[in-house]
Design a protein around this ligand. Sequence first.
Ligand code: KG4
Ligand code: ZN
Length: 336
Amino acid sequence: MTKILAIETSCDETACAVVEDGYQILSNVVSSQINVHTLYGGVVPEVASRIHVENISAVIQEAVVSAGVSMDDIDAIAYTQGPGLIGSLHVGVQAAKTLAWQFHKPLVPVHHLTGHIYANRFVSELEFPLMALVVSGGHTELVWMKNDWDFKVIGTTRDDAIGEAYDKVARVLGLGYPGGPVMDRIAKEGKPHYKLPVPKTSSQYDFSFSGLKTAVLQMTEREKKAGNEVIPADVAYAFQETALGSMTDKTVAAVREYQPKMLVLAGGVAANSRLRALITEKMEKVPGTRLIIPPMYCCTDNAAMIGAAGYVAYRHGCFGTMDAAADPALEMPGEI
Ligand code: KG4
Ligand code: ZN
C-alpha cells in the first residue's frame, strides 16, 4: 500500500488529501476561497496567495487527522507544481518541501491537468490507449494517452478556455463568479430563442471560444439598444448549446479517428450537466470506446486528484528535488 499526501493550491482552493494506491481516498479537504473572490467578480491572485498562506497548515493537519494516519505512514508528498497562479502555486510548493524535509519523504511534483485526468481512477481503472477531454477555467485540451503516464496534446484552445468563457459570459449577464455552475442551472429553463455563431478553427481538434463570448456581448447590447429584455436563461442556453455542441463534436471526431479504449472527461467544466448528457448521448453511437465521467466531488480543483496522479508519477520514479520551484506555465510530461 502506498500512501501519498497531496497538496493543491494552483488557483483559489487550498486543498490537501491522503490517497492510497492512487484510487482510495482516505481524506480530501478543500478550503474554497470563492466567497472572497466573488466580491471582486473573479480570482484576485494576490488575495488568493495570502489566503493560501493563512489556511494551508490547518488544511494539511485536517487531511492527516481525518485520514486516520500519522506522517510515518506517508510514503511521499505530491504537490501541484503548475500550471496556475505563481503566488498560489508557491505556497503549496513551500508547504510540500517543508513536509518532505521535516519528515524525510520523497517529493513528487505533479502537473495540474494530469491530476484532473487521473481523478477518473476514483471511478474506474484506466485503460489505454485513452483520450481525455480536459475542460477547466484555464484549459481546454484533447489529450491522447497511448500508455499510462504518457501525454500528447492533440487539440487545444486558440484563445479562451471553456471555463473562462463560461465565467466571462456569466459576468456579461451579471450572474457573478464563478459563472459555470449558475449558467448550467439557469440554462435548464432556457429556450432556443437566440442564435450564436458556431466557433471555427483552422485545425480540426483545436477549440476557440473568444468569438462566441464576443458574439454574446454584441447580441445582448443589440437587444438592449432595441429596447428588448435580455433573458439570461435563454442566453445561457444558446451559449451552452453552441459551445458544448461544437466541443463534443470535435471530441467524438477525435475518438473515431484515434479509437481509444476509453474517453474520460476532466476538469471543472466536467461538472456541467449538459456536457455530461451531451457527451453520453453522442458516445452511445461510438462502439468500442467506454466513456468515463468523474464524480462531481472531484471535477473542480481538489488534492485527491493530485494524489491519484502523484501515485502514478511515484511509480514511474518521477521525483522532485528541494530546489524545485513553482512553474506557472508547466508543460505536460512528455510535451517538452
Ligand atoms: O478545474 P477547475 O476547478 O479550475 C481550473 O483548473 O481552472 O475549473 C474551474 C472552472 C470555472 O471556470 C468554473 O466556472 C467551471 O470550471 N465550472 C463549470 C461548472 N462548474 C465549474 N462550468 C460549467 N458548468 C458547471 N457546472
Ligand atoms: Zn483545475
